[in-house]
Write a protein that binds this ligand. Structure first.
Ligand code: ACO
Ligand code: ZN
Length: 170
């Protein structure tokens, strides 16, 4: 892929998206702290990796972890059925890309890989997430991937901001 990198005009870079491993956790946690106000203890990342690791991915460029997506699998009421139907849902807990590597399609690649695993490995029929109502970049990314706003959750975040619950079928 031809793209802009810091300090470089244009360069071919190889973006690898692969399942996360235990040894990626320090880098994943660093990216999470750098890019999002929602931070979690190390055990929380480890638990997601151990339980739902097939839907936990990292993006790597020239040996550096530049983004991650962490998911969990849940059972619950379908968003897209007229009558109450218990289904398996993929829940995207956290996705982030380092600032210097944004707008290169990495967020999209991570989302697609996680959704493929949710559907093909974990047999999920829907995927959902929460996002700050002010987070236009992320909302645009999700809408581009076919997510719809299901509802608004008042004061979802500790600072009082509302969330959109967004979901799509798989
Ligand atoms: N402004 C408007 N739209 C944007 C922006 C932006 N800054 N960034 C991405 N988009 C939309 C565009 O439609 C874009 O397509 P285009 O580039 O062809 O116009 C589309 O999203 C796909 O963009 P990608 O390049 O695939 O996404 P990127 O790799 O930049 O990652 C992400 C997007 C993950 C939201 C990134 O901006 C980020 O890490 N932000 C900080 C962390 C964050 O907010 N994470 C989501 C929190 S919610 C949750 O985790 C469930
Ligand atoms: Zn959530």
């Amino acid at each position: 892929m031809v793209t802009m990198l810091p300090g470089v005009i244009k360069k071919e870079v190889n973006i690898i998206v692969r399942n996360a491993t235990l040894s990626d956790l320090p880098n994943i946690i660093m990216i999470n702290r750098e890019t999002l106000p929602e931070n979690y203890p190390e055990w929380f990342f480890r638990e997601h990796l151990e339980k739902w690791g097939k839907a936990f991915y990292v993006a790597e460029i020239e040996g550096r972890i530049v983004g991650y997506i962490m998911s969990r699998i849940e059972e619950g009421a379908a968003f897209f059925k007229e009558i109450f139907t218990l289904i398996r849902k993929g829940h995207i807990v956290s996705v982030a890309v380092l600032k210097e590597y944004r707008r290169m399609g990495i967020g999209t690649m991570l989302m697609i890989k996680a959704m493929e695993s949710m559907k093909n490995i974990y047999n999920c029929s829907e995927v959902y997430l929460e996002v700050r109502v002010s987070n236009t970049p992320a909302i645009n990314l999700y809408q581009k991937l076919g997510f719809k706003i299901v509802r608004r959750i008042p004061r979802y975040y500790v600072d009082g901001e509302d969330a959109y619950l967004m979901a799509r079928e798989l």
